[in-house]
Design a protein around this ligand. Sequence first.
Ligand SMILES: Cc1ncc(COP(=O)(O)O)c(C=O)c1O
Length: 489
Amino acid sequence: MTRLRTAIDDLGDATGEETGALLLAAARHAVTYRTAPRARQRAEATYGQSVAAFDDALPEDGETAEQVLDQLVRRAVPGLHAATGPRFFGWVIGNSHPVGVAADWLTAAWGQNTANHVAAPAAAAAETVAARWLLEVLRLPAESAVGFVTGATMASFVGLAAARGEVLRRAGWDVEAQGLFGAPPVRVLIGDEAHASVYSALHYLGFGKASLLRVASNAQGVMCPDAFAERLARDVPPGAPLIVVTQAGHVHTGATDAHERIVPLARARGGWVHVDGAFGLWARACPAHAPLAHGVEGADSWATDGHKWLQTPFDCGYVIVRDAGAHRRAMTIAASYLPPVSEHERDPSHYVPELSRRARGFATWALLRHFGSKGIAAMVARHCAQARLLAAGLAAEPGITVLNEVVLNQVAVRFGADGDGATGDALTRAAIAALQEDGTCFAGGAKWRGRWIMRLSVIGFSTTDDDIRLSAQAIIAAWRRVASTAAAS
Ligand SMILES: Cc1ncc(COP(=O)(O)O)c(C=O)c1O
């Protein structure tokens, strides 16, 4: 900070001083936010309270930059969850690592439009190199193309757009030219517990939910390979265009589909396999956990996130497509005022739905460089061990059941007596509310297989084993309060 302040003080011209003072003030607010201890991990203000805090009439006269910044901080901070903290286990959210945040500040300050390599040479170059590093760290085919998107939802959208184009092209239909009406039917096989975002990506592409061939899941929420083989044999005519959607990392259990069985079956039918690996694909970056995602490398496209296990700030996801030509056919935007691209150059917009966009390659490059492949492997291994530690601590308490086999970083927990339907739901929801009220750590809930669960995702770089122990104690204490109230009523 002192060095930064000196650098700002040294700025010569008046505009520079003003800009410098503003950016330094923003940095101060950010540092205060990131370093101040907080009593509770959940936001203190609800959505409604936050709307009330922001909700003024549109000002006619503008305010000074300093006033605006102060107002923003004052109104926003109460409504911020501690998603960058060590005991935040809600949804699946990385910690927005300071190295990524710093790179992202520069990204915003540099203001590059990352559409193409002429408009933004450095931004395009950072993506080119970060793309290569991603393929290396995730152990995916080196010839693949990579698009830097907002997250895994858009990554699946792009991967499945490439899939749709290619399987139809093989059937003699050019979907990019002819559209979907009148096209040969594409069969899409998907696990019945695939992530909701993949179903959304499919319906954006014209594959409505009712048209999908769903495959039954096992107790961990991933496809039963036998059920997959049966559905393929029964419902997909030989030669029909085929897309198979698998997952690496079920959102509640962390389990991964049996790719070593599913991929060869799909390939034997000429199918395209797309993997939703929003966080689970990162198991491949860790030698100890890579076997979980064995066979994934045989697929055709992969969706994953930077803002989960790589800890980039929001938003950042990656779509990886083995057939770079199919990827480009699905996404390229061409116009006479946009520069041509030679085989030695790469235009970021040829791999994503947007033309103008943020330079996500800078933060990705910075974090891959900061962690190194060994650092990522160690972080994934640590989170998986911490998830097991948390699960073991909770399972030892009467009335708490860990429902999943903790193979990765996700823990699904149920409260109350086993088989206790509606009562167990009520107790589980009450335990989640009690934990959030206490605030030592944060966990959310979900309805899984007809029953409410507490979901815990260990994925923040800053979580220590002590944080896990403290969190287990807090969850147990919340549960005891709920159980004793229930017993008394
Ligand atoms: C398994 C899985 N797939 C897809 C997604 C969607 O990712 P995003 O929110 O980055 O679009 C998530 C988000 O948690 C997820 O866990």
